[in-house]
Write a protein that binds this ligand. Structure first.
Ligand code: FES
Ligand SMILES: [Fe+2]
Length: 347
């Protein structure tokens, strides 16, 4: 059983898995006005958009004298270095050296494969020839671009911990009733029964609550205004190593004919620098969001509470080393499964 296994894999030092697509930005953050600096799997990247609307991702270091290109500007679909004005096209090749006409073809920066999908810019940090668009997640399954559903880009958090700790946090629904008070549930989540499903790179934890009642804040979170009692199904699904989904489905047994409320939190997870990562969040809902400001501020507060704990846990591992002991209980089974899968994917 997972909970009895020794802690031989440290969640604070999981290696990155480069041969995958990772979200580096919301689509609207990448424009033709100014470059955007992001990190992915330890690499520093300058993002911009051509006049035709294509996203571009270049290695953020000019090979001339080492200036970051993200400090430069976009000129004629190329990125111009701020130091001596060398320009790099979307292919990565240098197309202008102001001080001379001849340009060696080897003068270039790495150009990363990028694809825009589901309102996100996905980047492939691995070998470009292995970048297969078929490996991108099916965003339609998550309510993105679903007619009649609301979906907006919401939050991006920069978290100073290993990305594996966030997957474990999101699969660990027993913390919701404690770390987040009454923000997401009325206190019964931690003791509700659950089941675990796992195949391939997916780990899915499912909890069901019958006959629960709304709290003031989860009324705003899930559009429960006027509801007195509901049944709730919570699915927390890790699509390792780059995406996590939380799908909440509320049904209303005492209101026959009332359509279920489905809310999906779509959360791409991207290792940025060593033991740091980005958490993106877009929320999709099958019902109109009547209180969008309260909704987003409520989620921001919740994710900040997680960020503080994850960074503190990382800090203890950094001080104490990867062999610090831990003691698991039954509720940790999904997180442990994800931990083991990530370690297996790394070999
Ligand atoms: S450092 Fe970039 S042009 Fe000189
Ligand atoms: Fe949390």
């Amino acid at each position: 059983m997972d909970s009895a296994s020794p802690r031989s894999i440290c969640p604070a030092t999981q290696p990155v898995l480069r041969e995958n697509w990772y979200v580096v930005a919301f689509a609207h953050e990448v424009d033709a006005e100014r470059p955007l600096l992001r990190y992915c799997c330890g690499e520093r990247i300058a993002l911009f958009r051509t006049a035709a609307g294509e996203p571009v991702a270049l290695q953020d270091r000019c090979p001339h004298r080492g200036s970051p290109l993200s400090l430069g500007k976009i000129v004629e679909d190329a990125l111009q270095c701020p130091y001596h004005g060398f320009r790099y096209a979307a292919s990565g090749r240098c197309v202008r050296v102001p001080s001379q006409a001849a340009i060696l073809p080897e003068l270039a920066v790495h150009a990363y494969p990028v694809i825009e999908k589901g309102g996100f810019v996905w980047l492939w940090p691995g070998a470009p020839e292995t970048a297969d668009p078929a490996l991108l997640p099916d965003c339609g399954e998550f309510g993105l671009d679903t007619p009649g559903w609301s979906a907006k880009p919401y939050l991006m958090l920069e978290i100073k911990s290993n990305y594996a700790l966030l997957f474990e946090n999101l699969l660990d629904t027993s913390h919701i009733s404690f770390l987040h008070g009454t923000a997401l549930d009325g206190g019964r989540m931690a003791s509700s029964s659950f089941k675990l499903e796992s195949e391939g790179k997916t780990v899915r934890l499912i909890r069901e609550l019958k006959g629960d009642t709304p709290t003031p804040s989860n009324t705003n979170q899930y559009g429960l205004h006027g509801v007195t009692t509901f049944d709730r199904r919570l699915e927390s699904i890790a699509y390792l190593p780059n995406l996590h989904i939380i799908r909440n489905t509320f049904t209303f047994p005492d209101r026959p004919g009332h359509a279920p409320h489905v809310r999906i939190n779509v959360m791409p997870i991207t290792p940025s620098r060593t033991n740091e990562h980005y958490q993106f969040l877009t929320m999709t809902s099958s019902y109109p969001e009547t209180h969008p400001v309260e909704l987003i501020e409520g989620m921001r507060a919740v994710l900040e509470e997680d960020r503080v704990v994850l960074e503190a846990i990382q800090g203890l591992y950094d001080e104490g080393g990867p062999d610090l002991p831990e003691w698991s209980v039954n509720a940790d089974v999904a997180g442990l499964r994800a931990r083991r899968k990530l370690a297996e994917l790394a070999v």
